[in-house]
Design a protein around this ligand. Structure first.
Ligand SMILES: [Zn+2]
Length: 261
């Protein structure tokens, strides 16, 4: 009995480090690290993120890991700030550094959406009115066709009650957000911001920028009177065209935030 107890204790103790700190999937492609660093700087340069907001990418060696910076302002992110997380959003080796409170947005969406390879969360200002009013965010031009005609809004009150700080600060809130996103590319977060997902870093940066731009233009157009939006068929056709062109603005945006060779 005593032997069994000791053995059980030993197994428990042996299990603890694994629970506290997930195993690394190994070094990711250095290009992926470079791209996520550039994405942070580009999104800051475009005004999609400011002191807040984050971008992540799924690990190229293991779909159950993702890469994202430690908690810091995106414009200041360097390669050494990028950490590896498991899909419960536990850092593989944080080395005592602070993590984003809202990292669960990323882990839970990666769990729910195997097709998603990159995620941006921001508080970009122009989309905020569409998360709090009856006016739905709708694609006003071809650049935002990826949104489709039915952009969901996540109401955190439905899961966290009327007194939360609005942050997606744990796994269950991340699960609820991923459920609201469903199979879409953008989800607005009432009184908070938005999340954009994509299949690559250039694509998700494109989407985060043009979702913000669409919101700005839609607010302007509404002031002029009745607005004609893209049809579902137009969004599908245009999104297909744009997906083949995301590298063009990416190369431009990248050059602006990196030193010339
Ligand atoms: Zn946030």
């Amino acid at each position: 009995m005593r032997t069994f107890t000791l053995l059980a204790m030993g197994l428990c103790l042996a299990g603890l480090p694994a629970l506290a700190q997930p195993r690394s999937a190994g070094a990711p492609d250095p290009k992926l690290i470079e791209d996520v660093v550039v994405a942070n700087r580009v999104l800051a340069d475009l005004g999609v993120v400011d002191g807040f907001g984050h971008v992540s990418v799924r690990h190229d060696k293991d779909p159950n890991r993702y890469l994202m910076s430690r908690s810091m302002a995106p414009a200041l992110v360097k390669a050494e700030d990028i950490l590896e997380y498991d899909l419960d959003s536990t850092a593989v080796d944080a080395k005592g550094r602070a993590l984003f409170l809202e990292r669960f947005i990323h882990g839970e969406i990666y769990k729910a959406r195997p097709d998603v390879k990159a995620i941006v969360h921001s508080h970009s200002p122009s989309v905020i009115p569409f998360g709090v009013s009856k006016t739905r965010l709708q694609p006003i031009y071809h650049m935002s066709s990826f949104m489709g005609v039915d952009v969901p809004v996540f109401e955190i009150r439905d899961v966290a009650g009327p007194a939360s700080d609005l942050l997606v600060r744990d796994g269950p809130l991340g699960v609820a957000l991923a459920k609201a996103l469903a199979d879409k590319t953008v989800v607005l977060m009432r009184g908070h911001g938005s999340v954009t997902v994509g299949t690559s870093i250039p694509q998700v940066v494109f989407r985060a920028y043009y979702a913000e731009m669409n919101a700005r233009l839609q607010s302007e157009a509404i002031k002029l009177g009745a607005v004609t939006y893209l049809t579902a068929e137009e969004t599908a056709a245009s999104a297909k065209t744009n997906d083949a062109l995301v590298m063009r603005p990416w190369e431009l945006w990248k050059r602006k935030v990196t030193k010339p060779e």
